[in-house]
Ligand binder design. Structure first.
Ligand SMILES: *Cc1c(COP(=O)(O)O)cnc(C)c1O
Length: 431
């Protein structure tokens, strides 16, 4: 058969390949190398991709992550497309001015579809692959957003779903899962304990766990956060990116996405600096970075940034390596700084993010103040989740509505009172 007569859906991925020893495996539901226990990653045929893709074809494709399907590990003619991806890249001029930067962009996955976090990207890919591999029940170990996304997209695809979450999650995250009627297991323990339990369930039940036995496919979905930024910047890479780190997967896959676009000739090569954000209450990768270690010492999480509270991050060492070799930084911020970060983004850009986004904005501010991001660098900050899901975090840190009677004079009096208060606050700032 000649290349020209081959069907379009022929896979561009060849195999799963161990990131440590390079051993290759058939593309099944496995995630660990049998020889060295290293993590498996999808390997592609880039010369085939190069022949099939162009800027024009991508632009003419679906308004979702599936415009990049040649770079994703699925073979289905009809992948599960719930409109995930192609979120706004917002030029953040007011935040930039506040911080003293000249070219700052927010990649706003707080409005990703269908469940308002970047996890919809990874789950759309994982469940498409799960269906191809014949799974009828899908599952995950989640810090919250992944459970929302798995439950929603499984409902859309008609797959049975059972998710595992730590019992102490925010109300919005729990409701945002229950509404889709999956089975929800609230585990009395932290995420790392949930994850260990799920590894055992994956071995005994034959379910497709999106972030365990399907992890090699799942994690590829995050590459689309790299592709989209490059496309939205006019087919160019930025100078510097700042992204949150939980397991470290997202961070390493944005990097892989940029490298692939260079590899197939869609963008020119450029040295992109990769900086990562963690909460001080769960900062094993930031600690290793600061101490110059190349191993991760697991920690017990204690922070309001629950969505990124992973004490034993699976891809921590790879994230460390990328930050170091790109001259980036990995920083941690306190819970108080995280709340300030949420408020700063809301007040300057009109974007309400969750605690993970507050962490990222607070780290951005810290890096700028320390001179680690230069004012002229084109900087992209990844906002990965929506603030409506973590309202507990800002309870007590925002103003209150002015309650009035439905009468004009009641309104006028309230307005006068609030202006007086504002003036008093200003005087306090000035003295
Ligand atoms: C899961 C998650 C992350 C980070 O994910 P990793 O790929 O595990 O590093 C970041 N932000 C939000 C909101 C998340 O839910």
């Amino acid at each position: 058969m000649t290349v020209a007569t081959q069907p379009k859906t022929q896979a561009t991925f060849r195999a799963l390949k161990c990131k440590e020893c390079g051993a290759e495996y058939e593309a099944q539901a496995i995630h660990v190398c049998e020889l060295c226990f290293g993590p498996l990653e999808v390997a592609y045929d880039y010369s085939a991709i190069r022949q099939r893709v162009s800027r024009e074809k991508i632009q003419a494709g679906p308004h979702s992550i599936w415009r990049y399907r040649e770079f994703l590990p699925v073979t289905s003619e009809q992948p599960i497309d719930v409109g995930t991806g192609v979120t706004p890249l917002v030029q953040a001029n007011r935040l930039a001015r506040r911080l003293g930067l000249h070219r700052l962009y927010i990649k706003n996955d707080a409005v990703n579809m269908p469940t308002l976090s970047f996890k919809d990207r990874v789950v759309s890919v994982a469940l498409t692959r799960a269906r191809e591999l014949g799974f009828s029940t899908v599952s995950c170990a989640s810090t919250g957003n992944l459970a929302n996304s798995t439950a929603a997209i499984a409902a859309h695809a008609g797959l049975d779903c059972c998710v595992f979450i730590p019992a102490d999650l925010e109300a919005g995250k729990v409701m945002g899962t229950l509404i889709y009627s999956p089975t929800v297991m609230a585990v009395q323990g932290n995420y790392d304990q949930v994850n260990r339990l799920c590894s055992e369930v994956a071995n005994t039940h034959g379910w497709g766990f999106v972030n365990i036995n399907l992890r090699p496919y799942y994690s590829e979905g995050s590459k689309t956060l790299g592709y989209e930024v490059a496309e939205q910047l006019g087919w160019q890479l930025p100078d510097h990116i700042v992204a949150p780190l939980a397991s470290g997967s997202l961070f390493t896959k944005i990097y892989k996405g940029f490298r692939e676009f260079v590899e197939v000739g869609l963008v020119e090569d450029r040295a992109v600096r990769f900086s990562g954000a963690q909460a001080e209450g769960c900062s094993p990768i930031a600690q290793a970075f600061q101490e110059g270690r190349d191993f991760i010492a697991p920690v017990k999480p204690n922070t309001i940034a629950k969505s990124i509270a992973i004490g034993n991050p699976a891809d921590g060492v790879y994230a460390l390596d990328i930050a170091r070799k790109t001259q980036g930084h990995i920083e941690a911020v306190t819970d108080a700084e995280i709340v300030d970060g949420i408020k700063l983004l809301a007040e300057t850009e009109g974007i309400f993010t969750e605690t993970a986004g507050g962490t990222t904005i607070a780290v951005l501010k810290k890096l700028v103040e320390a001179g680690k991001i230069h004012p002229d660098e084109t900087t992209v900050v990844y906002i990965t989740g929506n603030g409506l899901k973590t309202q507990e975090a800002v309870q007590g840190y925002v103003g209150e509505p002015l309650t009035i009677e439905p009468k004009l004079d009641s309104f006028e009096r309230a307005l006068e009172r609030s202006r007086t208060l504002e003036r008093l606050e200003w005087q306090q700032v000035l003295v």
